[in-house]
Write a protein that binds this ligand. Structure first.
Ligand SMILES: Nc1ncnc2c1ncn2[C@@H]1O[C@H](COP(=O)(O)OP(=O)(O)OP(=O)(O)O)[C@@H](O)[C@H]1O
Length: 272
């Protein structure tokens, strides 16, 4: 693929910037299982990057490497021009990488608003002790957090359910609340693990629109795993295709769609 240097403008007028994260020769082993085998690719600022592949291909493992949750067995991760070393959980949390999960991970008994507020925890400066001493300052900070959260609530059109306990919501709305919580962290990279899984057609269309709108409005760099090929083709700027832990394709959707290795992997053709 041709070098895109400092970035480029997409046919629909969105600006894609320089490389934000680079994964170099990543291998990840779990005992004898090789989940990722010598994979390299990059993620550019502002782009929607999909990772696709059959079951067990290593997609979730790759998402966990990107988030910093897994340290690769071999290879290097470069983020914003710096090589990333092993990190403590709090350092991972402060990297500016937020995610949603394959199985929704929200607090069912808490309201939509409070769930979304938890997304800002790593951005909150006033701890309990300082709150006791500087309650005025802490209150001002809380107002600021609420304002940001309210903006996201408006943007994702969930004003009417902001006080509702999450446990009472239908599936599609829960997924939208999960997206809202991830956005509340103002992430540098947003990771979405199968954001449309289990949704009906209408819910999928809504989610697609929100992911695109979020990217447009906030310029959020987004990496997503998705099984629905139609969704991937509609949403992504570039696609990495994995199979048996290897990378078998990487490029714009129309390019990978015509890649014979990718077609074979999806049709289940045996490997030599
Ligand atoms: N924590 C783990 N311990 C041991 N093996 C693991 C672990 N996580 C993943 N694996 C193995 O690594 C391989 C890749 O799994 P991974 O979940 O990353 O694939 P995937 O493409 O996300 O699959 P799916 O589409 O089914 O979610 C599989 O063989 C899996 O069994």
């Amino acid at each position: 693929m041709k070098d895109m240097g400092e970035g480029y403008t997409t046919p629909d007028g969105r600006r894609i910037g320089p490389v934000l994260m680079e994964l170099r020769n990543i291998t990840l082993r779990f005992g004898g299982v090789v989940a990722i085998k010598d994979i390299s690719f990059d993620i550019r600022e502002g782009e929607i990057r999909a990772i696709i592949g059959p079951n067990g291909a290593g997609k979730s493992s790759m998402l966990n490497v990107i988030s910093g949750f897994y340290v690769p067995t071999e290879g290097e991760v470069w983020f914003r021009g710096e090589k990333r070393g092993p990190m403590k959980p709090y350092q991972v949390a402060r990297l500016g990488i937020a995610r949603t999960f394959q199985n929704i991970a929200l607090f069912d008994g808490m309201s939509v608003l409070d769930n979304i507020m938890t997304g800002r925890l790593t951005l909150m400066h006033a701890g309990l002790f300082s709150q006791a001493l500087w309650w005025g300052k802490a209150a001002a900070e809380e107002d600021e957090h609420r304002e940001k959260v309210e903006k996201i609530i408006d943007f994702l059109e969930i004003q009417n359910i902001r006080k509702t306990p999450v446990g009472r919501l239908p599936y599609g709305l829960k997924k939208r609340v999960e997206l809202a919580r991830a956005l509340a962290a103002e992430p540098k990279i947003l990771l979405l693990d199968e954001p449309m899984a289990g949704m009906n057609v209408e819910e999928k269309e809504d989610m697609c629109r929100f992911i695109l709108d979020v990217n447009d409005e906030f310029g959020t760099t987004t990496v997503l795993i998705e099984h629905d090929m139609g969704v991937v083709m509609d949403l992504s700027d570039r696609v990495v295709v994995m199979d048996y832990g290897r990378k078998i394709g990487d490029g714009p959707p129309e390019e990978v769609r015509n890649n014979q290795d990718v077609i074979d992997a999806y049709l289940g053709v045996a490997h030599a």
